[in-house]
Design a protein around this ligand. Structure first.
Ligand code: GYE
Length: 323
């Protein structure tokens, strides 16, 4: 008899525990992070997704991850599902800058802090996100421009034609990498930007854009290609090489990111400059999550340290390494 009573007691305790888990989180429940990744368009993005998953694991947090395959509606739907699940913190990488106010207002009303990772939003209400962690893309654009100035001084030609391959229209890296670059070269009569085409951060579109450009211009009409990421740059290299044009020599190439294949191409003289942009943001994100859960103040904006690799440097140095 005693055994039966004990059995019933254990069952009741389990039932009570189960109920509690569904309705409210106990202090010992793991922290749940809802992460909306924007897609898988580049090696940068894939390394970034991995960095977030590994860091969540290392910190012992449960990660609810959803990949939006380049669609803003899917990101909005993912954020809504994180809100209804009542995750502890929402982390997301906004594909474009505008159109987030409604869903982020819902998150705010639900009392769920939002960390923007890698890309910014445009909003009149800064309280819609708690923190941003990611590259200073404006500085990256300026760094690309600074390299161009240095290179042009050495070449000492009177004039250079530039073609820009931009990333996803209206995304932070597209806007800021363009803005920073233009701010550096603006007013310098040596430079003309012939065209700016969007390759959407995709290798395949980088290829397409380059083919299109070579339909309109001969190779010697283009002096410089400024590409907003390595994926598109690698597509460009394929097209140039297939046409017998030597990238890095016949046309100067500036890229952004620093993935391994691009760093190898830099070392081989096919790319002249890579402005580094790190995808390894996981640790910084989880640090923020931890601070928020402990009720600590967090910085509104955190930028990682990044470098520039170029043919002005010693490219055999161990620090010149891709991800
Ligand atoms: O440079 C590019 C990626 O948002 C900084 O997105 C990121 C950019 C990165 O697809 O390769």
């Amino acid at each position: 008899m005693k055994r039966i009573w004990l059995g019933i007691l254990v069952l009741l305790l389990f039932a009570a525990g189960g109920c509690q888990k569904q309705t409210e989180k106990t202090d010992t429940a793991p922290i749940v992070v809802g992460f909306s990744q924007l897609g898988s368009e580049s090696s940068w993005r894939i390394a970034n997704t991995q960095s977030i998953s590994e860091a969540a694991k290392a910190y012992g947090y449960d990660l609810m991850m959803s990949n939006a395959n380049q669609k803003q509606e899917k990101q909005i739907a993912a954020i809504r599902s994180f809100i209804s699940y009542r995750v502890d913190v929402i982390v997301f990488s906004p594909i474009v800058e505008t159109g987030w106010d409604n869903v982020l207002t819902e998150a705010k009303k639900a009392g769920i802090p939002v960390i923007l990772m890698d890309r910014m939003i445009e909003t009149d209400d800064e309280t819609l996100y708690t923190a941003f962690v990611g590259a200073d893309c404006y500085l990256e654009g300026r760094r690309a421009g600074d390299y161009l100035l240095r290179w042009a001084d050495v070449q000492a030609k009177p004039h250079y034609n530039i073609v820009e391959l931009s990333g996803t229209v209206d995304s932070t890296p597209m806007r800021e990498r363009q803005h920073g670059f233009m701010d550096v070269i603006d007013g310098d009569a040596r430079f003309t930007v012939l065209e700016s085409l969007s390759g959407d951060f995709l290798r395949s579109k980088g290829e397409e854009c380059m083919k299109e450009l070579l339909d309109r211009y001969s190779a010697d009409q283009i002096d410089v290609i400024y590409s907003h990421n390595d994926a598109m740059t690698l597509g460009v290299l394929d097209v140039l090489q297939a046409r017998g044009i030597e990238p890095g020599k016949d046309i100067m190439i500036i890229s952004v990111d620093g993935e391994k294949a691009a760093v190898d191409a830099l070392k081989a003289g096919k790319i002249n400059c890579i402005v580094q942009c790190t995808p390894h943001l996981g640790e910084a994100v989880m640090e923020l999550v931890t601070a928020l859960k402990q009720g600590n103040e967090v910085p509104k904006i955190s930028y990682p340290d990044e470098k520039v690799f170029s043919d002005f440097d010693d490219l055999t140095a161990p620090s010149v390494e891709g991800f």
